[in-house]
Ligand binder design. Structure first.
Ligand code: CA
Length: 598
């Protein structure tokens, strides 16, 4: 028997857009010293603190001396072959990071000298387009975790490994995904909660795909619990009350497509509440009508979930895009902060989403507090009081009726790192330039178990859609569509207003750190590191590495000196530069590497 679903085809891409528009740090403790390490100037967690604010308490680099910033050292990270999307970690004089093909390495942070390297020897055919296995968006990993003398590393082919922090030798290796799994991968950074390491499965651009994430014992690698983000075959027992409830929001034979709801980016932890927060991706296949789910919410795709760290039990959920048809993954960074809203300090979760809304939720109860457009968008025209988006009816494209949707599936915000400062009470977020895509659904063969879309285009040369109507464009809300290009945007989540916007940056690639001296350090995918004034966005200093495929920066203290490090380079760009770690500090005098000097 053959099962048919669909793909989404990009008929057109349109680019245009710009627009301009306080708090206390959350009481994050009970976290095995992670908060203390953060406050001491180390960077031992992916988002720096468990609440993933990427706020640095360091203040040595400031507005008056930032022009003395210079390159201290570089270190070649490996063979390249993809973007450097990883956030490195720093602890005890050593930088740890992961690069293409899940190769993990440690370098002396004084000099960049390599201390050890671990190559999991991923089958290089893993990403072959058209193969039954595969990954949608490059052979990338976004990060690792440090805990208990271990480097906890995801391998893109589905393994989780624990390496001895001093030697890089393997302490345990286990699998999140079966060896023969198709279309699944791990690209997100694992995070530590207590003595557990949490990681989820990516691959929601393939079908069938059923999203989930798991907690492993840091000491043994034993899987302690697993949370499925969408329900499975209802003829079998449900794995949890959460998926039993979710099954009521699906119809037909959804499990044959898998449902979707993958994880590939955001995860944060509130140690006091003992809650893990994750975001989930799109449903599969993208268009709801061809999933046979017309009018159903399809929980928990495109949602933010709060889960008990000990049990894996769902505490609350917020579905940002009920029945998502537009690849509006809701997986972006989940920032935890305590902010005053209308005279009351709230423990909130903040997410700047692919869909162009900045969400503020009560992170204890899940109560919806606000959603504010920070990019021009037209898939929805606002939200009900309970947070349900009012999706425009014109946004529901079919096999014959295309629709022009903004933001495109590239997202207004995406995996580029955001930062939140308790000093300025602003979120600093790289935002993609305005873009839209024309979506239309076409059939494909589920049994092939191949990508349903890659960069919006079907694999395998399937038939084009029988479009009989002109595309419709739903009405826009949010910032006007007047300027082009990407931005760094400073946004006040309490008053829901944009404070400033500066050109440079995008939803995917690079990211931001904000330091106690009110300096924002930003990497941009065109190869730049720059420093901006956190209050008004004045660009104070910048350097050009000469290679894109840049990752988010970190800042840490070593020998009494504030350092800034990041990875950059694909190894296949112009000039032949190899991917490197770049480290900057005040009075750094190293020459910028060039291809001829390598
Ligand atoms: Ca997706």
């Amino acid at each position: 028997m053959r099962w048919f679903a669909c793909v989404v085809v990009v008929v057109a891409c349109v680019f245009a857009g710009s627009w301009i528009g306080s708090a206390q740090q959350p009481g994050l403790s009970k976290d095995n010293g992670r908060t203390a390490a953060w406050q001491s100037g180390e960077w031992i967690s992916y988002g720096n603190d468990p609440g993933e604010t990427r706020y640095s308490p360091l203040d040595q680099i400031n507005r008056s001396n930032v022009t003395r910033m210079g390159l201290l050292w570089t270190s070649v990270v490996g063979e390249g072959g993809g973007n450097q999307e990883a956030t490195p970690l720093y602890s005890g004089g050593v930088l740890y990071a992961i690069t293409n093909w899940s190769i993990v390495f440690a370098v002396d942070a004084h000099t960049g000298r390599e201390l050890w390297r671990y190559d999991p020897k991923v089958d290089r055919s893993f990403s072959t387009p058209g193969a039954n296995r595969g990954i949608c968006c490059g052979v990338v990993n976004r990060g690792i975790a440090l805990h208990d003398g271990k480097v906890l590393a995801p391998v893109i082919d589905g393994r989780m490994v624990a390496l001895d922090r001093k030697s890089g030798s393997v302490l345990w290796s286990t699998r999140l995904l079966p060896e023969d799994s198709t279309g699944y991968s791990i690209t997100m950074a694992p995070r530590v909660a207590g003595n557990k390491v949490i990681v989820g499965a990516a691959g929601g651009e393939f079908t069938p795909h059923r999203g989930f994430f798991s907690a492993f014992d840091v000491h043994s690698g034993r899987e302690l619990w697993r949370f499925y983000t969408v329900p499975g075959d209802p003829s079998k027992p449900f794995e949890s009350k959460a998926v039993e409830a979710a099954a009521k929001t699906w119809t037909g034979e959804w499990w044959k497509y898998g449902g979707g709801g993958s994880l590939w980016d955001g995860l944060s932890y509130d140690p006091e509440a003992n809650l893990i927060y994750v975001g989930t991706g799109n449903g599969v296949p993208w268009p709801q009508i061809l999933r046979g789910q017309d009018g159903y919410d399809n929980l928990y795709v495109s949602s933010i979930l709060a889960v008990n760290a000990d049990t894996g039990e769902l505490k609350w959920h917020y579905q940002a895009v009920p029945g998502d048809s537009w690849d509006i993954d809701t997986v972006q960074q989940l920032i935890l902060a305590d902010i005053e809203i209308e005279g009351r300090v709230r423990k909130v979760l903040i997410q700047a989403s692919k869909g162009g809304f900045l969400y503020v939720l009560d992170r204890i109860t899940g109560q919806f507090l606000s959603a504010t457009p920070f990019a021009p968008l037209n898939w929805a025209n606002g939200h009900d009081a309970d947070g349900r988006p009012k999706i425009n009816r014109e946004a529901y494209y079919t096999t014959t009726q295309p629709a022009v949707i903004s933001p495109s599936s590239g997202g207004a915000a995406n995996w580029a790192a955001k930062a939140y400062s308790p000093n300025t009470r602003l979120v600093y977020m790289p935002v993609g330039g305005f873009s839209s895509r024309t979506y239309v659904a076409i059939p494909f063969d589920l049994q092939a178990a191949r990508s349903i879309q890659e960069n919006g285009t079907p694999r395998g040369g399937r038939m084009p859609p029988q479009v009989v109507a002109s595309p419709v464009t739903p009405p826009y809300i949010g910032p006007p569509r007047t300027l082009r290009g990407g931005y760094l945007v400073a946004f006040d989540p309490a008053t829901r207003t944009e404070r400033w916007r500066v050109e440079g940056g995008g939803g995917s690639g690079g990211g931001a750190v904000v330091a106690a001296s009110n300096i924002v350090l930003q990497t941009i995918n065109d190869g730049r590191l720059r420093a901006l004034a956190a209050e008004d966005g004045t660009v104070l200093w910048e350097a050009q590495t000469g290679q894109g495929g840049i990752g988010p920066p970190i800042s840490y203290q070593l020998d009494g000196k504030q350092h800034v490090s990041f990875l950059s380079g694909t190894g296949r760009g112009g000039g032949g530069l190899r991917p490197m770690v770049y480290t900057f500090a005040l009075d750094g005098k190293a020459p910028m590497p060039t291809a001829s000097a390598q």
